[in-house]
Design a protein around this ligand. Structure first.
Ligand code: FAD
Length: 415
């Protein structure tokens, strides 16, 4: 039978060794809360250190005692050492460190300046708008392959373009613009359409000379005439032959970039062609071995599609999972074939709801990033699933999500 959620449970071992500090208000110093060994601070809150694998349990216990968690932060390395020295690893609650992790002594100015300068240089290094619509790069189609197999719905193509003749460069998570040939109904040249880049910065041939896209052909029935309408740019792209010219602009986008941290946890939630940037991420993490990036973290892909035959890049994704079971988790939501807990169609939000507790735990680490890409409107269901879990602990998901966005840890690109 088809394994819909081939998830390696052991992937969390690294997180399992980590500690987090809950700041809790509303607990009086009574017999039960005294078990925390955590004196009430002047602000009225208590700091409680919790090992990763007891986080949920502790949240429930705090809620039962009438407490409200106002913040959750990873314990600094030093504080973790204190906790370990206290032999607290096996206890539910360890003694809180005296110093709050967020109020660590600031780094010497030179070091801070250095870091800032480096960050700035890095920010400058994000290529944008190298080619503008007035002066697009003319690339050539090298290949155009079908990604939907027999029995699937619609047409999705993987396209590779030669960009060796120009200056176009890009990063994983960026998009390029394509200007389709011809004119619109007003007689003006067609406007560009954006497409997420599906290859790593090195391209599918790893020679820095190509860029790839994953394009769904837009086809619909005209609501009044009932005529079949084909999208201008997507059908142009899906029908390209090798050797054909393509007008390319960009790259654009800073929202969906992959974090530099090689130990990060990267949760990716895709529907349909929303897989494109995540293909780039996963190929960079696991397929290409470049000196500048050796991924050692956890990548978890949730992928929503209607049929098994619509699983884009299926063989390669499953091969990666086989090769890297500790670092890559793959969870499908196949809406027309699988059933959710209520017996309805299995949509991406159902898979999120099933795994929301664990996603929530992972999000407590400050190097966990969440990415959403694909159909517009898919966020609502994901938010509902996360909200159901966080509300049990008295945390408002939309507030929390805002904090994540502010920290550049929650990334959304839907269309
Ligand atoms: C950041 C970003 C990244 C993107 N990445 C990708 C990607 O990786 N892959 C991908 O395939 N697409 C992607 N898109 C979408 C892409 O840009 C185009 O919008 C898409 O290909 C359709 O363009 P088109 O020229 O074929 O359609 P158009 O000819 O422009 O037709 C689109 C119009 O058709 C109408 N229409 C569409 N559906 C219906 C319907 N059911 N009933 C009635 N009218 C309808 C609407 O008016 C719509 O505006 C991305 C978009 C953005 C913003």
């Amino acid at each position: 039978m088809y394994n819909s959620s081939a998830v390696g449970k052991s992937a969390n071992t690294q997180a399992g060794n980590r500690f987090f500090v809950y700041e809790v208000v509303g607990l009086s110093q009574n017999a039960e809360s005294a078990q925390n060994n955590s004196p009430i601070r002047r602000s009225g809150s208590i700091l409680i250190t919790v090992p990763y694998d007891r986080m949920n349990q502790e949240m429930r216990r705090i809620a039962k005692m009438g407490g409200k968690i106002v913040s959750i932060r990873p314990l600094s390395e030093a504080a973790e050492a204190i906790a370990n020295a206290n032999g607290s690893k096996n206890n539910t609650v360890a003694e809180a460190p005296q110093a709050e992790p967020q109020s660590q002594p600031s780094k010497p100015m030179t070091q801070a300046k250095d870091k800032k300068a480096k960050a700035k240089a890095k920010a400058k290094d994000i290529p944008v708008n190298i080619y503008k619509p007035k002066n697009p790069y003319i690339g050539k189609c090298l290949s155009n392959e079908a990604l939907v197999r027999e029995g699937g719905s619609g047409r999705v193509q993987h396209l590779v373009f030669d960009i060796s003749g120009g200056d176009l460069r890009y990063l994983e998570g960026q998009s390029i613009g394509i200007i389709p040939p011809g004119e619109d109904e007003k007689g003006k040249p067609h406007k560009l359409r954006l497409y997420s880049i599906a290859s790593t910065r090195h391209g599918d041939n790893e020679d820095d000379k190509t860029v790839s896209l994953c394009v769904r052909e837009l086809v619909y029935q005209h609501p009044e005439t009932n005529e079949t309408v084909y999208g201008v740019c997507s059908s142009f792209l899906c029908n390209l032959n090798s050797g054909d010219d393509v007008q390319i602009t960009g790259p654009v986008g800073k929202e969906m970039l992959l974090p530099d941290d090689e130990e990060a946890t990267v949760i990716m939630i895709a529907t349909g062609t929303g897989i494109a940037p995540f293909r780039a991420f996963l190929w960079r993490m696991f397929k290409e071995k470049h000196e500048d990036y050796q991924f050692k973290g956890l990548a978890w892909l949730f992928f929503g599609i209607p049929y098994t035959a619509n699983i884009l890049y299926k063989e390669e994704l499953e091969q990666l999972q086989k090769e890297f079971p500790e670092n890559f988790r793959l969870t499908y939501a196949i809406s027309r074939e699988q059933k959710n807990a209520q017996g309805g169609k299995m949509y991406i939000q159902d898979r999120i709801a099933e795994n929301a507790e664990e996603i929530w735990q992972l999000l407590q680490k400050d190097n966990t990033h969440g990415y959403i890409c694909g159909l517009k409107g898919m966020e609502d269901g994901i938010d509902a699933g996360m909200s159901a879990v966080t509300s049990k602990q008295g945390i408002d998901w939309s507030d929390y999500q805002k904090q994540l966005k502010k920290a550049h840890r929650w990334h959304v690109e839907t269309y």
